[in-house]
Design a protein around this ligand. Sequence first.
Ligand code: GUN
Length: 284
Amino acid sequence: MTAIILDGNALAQKLRADFKTRAEALTSRGQRPGLAVILVGEDQASQVYVRNKVNACLQVGIHSEKIVYPLDTAQQTVLDKIAQLNADPTIHGILVQLPLPRHFDSDTVLEAISPKKDVDGFHAENVGALIQGRPRFIPCTPYGVMQLFADAAIELRGKEAVILGRSNIVGKPMAMLLMQASATVTVCHSQTRDLAAHTRRADILVAALGKAKFVTAEMVKPGAVVIDVGINRLPDGKLCGDVDFGPVSEKASAITPVPGGVGPMTITMLLANTLEAAERELPR
Ligand code: GUN
């Protein structure tokens, strides 16, 4: 079997065309949607992600504000900035790029963001709502993966879904969304015994562990849907995912490439959440 490619770039373009219309409608009603992105330090990958997020805003007509702090910035400086953005009526979404420097307590920073502007969906209040099955902001990466499933009409009900990685950003919210979609969900992590025994049972396999080409063809059930959340840089500078794409794409029924799979969808759902936040603030 040769897998169909779940093309994140194509789906992102399709969705973003509609976002442009929504942003224009908001702007014409005096509610130009606005996103603030805070970056602390000089992490190379984070700089690229933040630049891509700001450019995507520009593309669909969302106002964006990029706030960059040097590595040695005090946590209180960032907390003060978040308080100011929480009160700013021109800003509907606030995102603090992770990871933060080691002297920061990420939980304290994320909890300082108003839940109404928490377009990453990382605030405990929004995480709680997601677990209860009534999400207000869905974390962007798993949200994007759900859009890829929907667009390709991939049935999730009753399927065995296996997630590699238990992060707050991907693994945990992905598990909640797949459970809500009536899949049977297993979350594997660094301490899981006999990982391949789990992955070989998976109808839906989501790799989000951050290890280049970790998922080999031997670990994949024939006909599985394989979602690769990994973005790893190889010594030659090329990007590659957590999945050994060539051999796995010969065995799977559908697969996301890296780049061009999940990545563009993550940014797209950030735009969706920002528009949603701005629309909720409109007078009825
Ligand atoms: N770092 C890696 N992924 C993400 C994300 O989705 N949001 C934020 N804020 N930081 C990240």
